[in-house]
Design a protein around this ligand. Sequence first.
Ligand SMILES: [Zn+2]
Length: 221
Amino acid sequence: MDDITTNTTPLQVEAPSSHDVFASDAIRTDSNTSVQQRMQPEDTIGFCLECGRLVRRDERAQCVNGHPLQAVMGAQVVAPDVEPPELPRFNWAAFFMPPIWGAAHGIYFAGLVVIPLWLFLDSAIQAAVYKVGAGTPLLSRIIVYTVTVLLIAGTLGLMTWFGRTAWGVAWRREYVDGTSTRPFDEFVKREKRWYWLCMPLFFLLLGGAIAYWKYYLPPII
Ligand SMILES: [Zn+2]
């Protein structure tokens, strides 16, 4: 067991605990016949954190690419001769609206991190525009501009990270224990409905911020 307990897990978004799907016998109830059967790991796919994608499990429930059980999360029954489907690379809903998408997927810290960053960014831009002028010492100007640029880059970086990891999180949430029989295509289609809420909402908020700047804040000297 040493090789498993000392294994370090890479940086990840915490999905509902699902790494122990096959820690004991995984029982699956057929939704049509109500017959209970033991789920065979090799009949399933999981999300491998090391591979960063969906992989088939072997009979010991490990990733077929040699990664341990702990690295593979969730389970979906997929016929042995069928290749694991590929998740879309980038989730635009999670990128544009981490607070909304995150809350809907159990990732509440997304909002706790991103909302203060957005507000802080707004203040930083205001400081850069209004508080710093030709009369400000060069060093102060450099500090304000550098902080603003770093904040913009950091915020975009974090949003991009959410966008890149979101599909894996959503998949693990849907196929957490192998009992979901929802077809993969339907899962993707259903998830993409968040795009229609999150993308317009982002631009609405951005528009609101721009309007506030334009109509309520004093003109830039
Ligand atoms: Zn793997």
